[in-house]
Design a protein around this ligand. Structure first.
Ligand SMILES: [Zn+2]
Length: 276
């Protein structure tokens, strides 16, 4: 089971977000500072959640209660000193960090009403924004992405290299869900487009937030009808089916670098490695 399969450790306190409640929460809160790239101020390799000082501003984002304390996020133009990417934070702090990075970037990127074009203002501690001109309420937009672990009829796993990645770095196939499409249809389409594979079975495994800037990764595993692949050469530069022994050997000599340990991509690969 992945880290993300259980309940969140962050209580989002949906019923305690009036201005008076937010002010009260602020007095004993911890604050994370997040820059425009989604990096978080850090201290000794951990996100630096520091006691709130001064007054709460309307742009401070209330994340909720984590480990018995109120946590806020404050967007800053840039961070001076140590900072950390959300995915490098310790797993026990992933929930507040993912929310902080996601909401900070969304509030920063979505200041205008999509209905009338007027500037919007944060509401309920930044989990939504309202338009003072027309009353439109906007909730944080989440972009669904699919990621698929594909095996061939010999139970070998397909790993591919994206054109943006350094040599050796590989992963499973991923892509955005398009408008009017189900997530299953997105899996079939992305896999056909990128590696020319036809899937005969497809099942959902688990999901993971990916606030880069606002994605939700939906993880699947699938079986290909045969072992043929046809790399698109555009987004994907190379792809190969590996047996478990071949993959272990390639990793051990550094020929292949797998995705990071807390990513859903790695989780799906490990799931295949440990299944037989
Ligand atoms: Zn409006």
């Amino acid at each position: 089971m992945s880290y993300w399969s259980g309940p969140s450790s962050l209580d989002r306190v949906a019923d305690a977000r009036s201005d008076a409640q937010l002010d009260e929460a602020w007095r004993r809160a911890l604050v994370l500072r997040v820059d425009g790239d989604g990096r978080v101020a850090a201290d000794a390799g951990r996100p630096a959640a520091v006691p709130a000082t001064g007054s709460r501003t309307g742009d401070d984002i209330y994340l909720g209660v984590f480990d018995g304390r109120a946590w806020f996020a404050r967007s800053v133009p840039e961070l001076v000193g140590e900072s950390i990417a959300w995915r490098d934070a310790p797993p026990d702090e992933h929930d507040p960090i993912a929310a902080a990075v996601f909401l900070s970037r969304w509030n920063r990127m979505a200041p205008v009403c999509e209905r009338c074009g007027s500037p919007t203002v944060p509401d309920l501690g930044g989990v939504r924004r309202v338009c003072p001109s027309c009353g439109w309420i906007a909730f944080a937009r989440i972009d669904p992405c699919v990621i698929v672990a594909i095996t061939d009829p010999d139970d070998r796993l397909l790993l591919a290299r994206n054109f943006q990645w350094p040599v050796g770095r590989v992963s499973i196939i991923a892509g955005f869900v398009e408008a009017g499409e189900s997530v299953e249809q997105a899996c079939h389409r992305e896999v056909a487009e990128e590696v020319g594979v036809t899937l005969e079975s497809l099942s959902y495994v688990s999901s993971q937030p990916w606030p880069m800037p606002r994605s939700l990764m939906l993880g699947f595993e699938a079986r290909a009808v045969d072992s043929r692949i046809n790399i698109d050469g555009d987004e994907i530069l190379a792809g190969t089916y590996y047996t478990r022994a071949e993959l272990a050997a390639a990793v051990s000599i550094g020929e292949v670098v797998l995705p990071g340990g807390d990513s859903i991509a790695r989780h799906l690969i490990e799931r295949w490695l440990s299944s037989r």
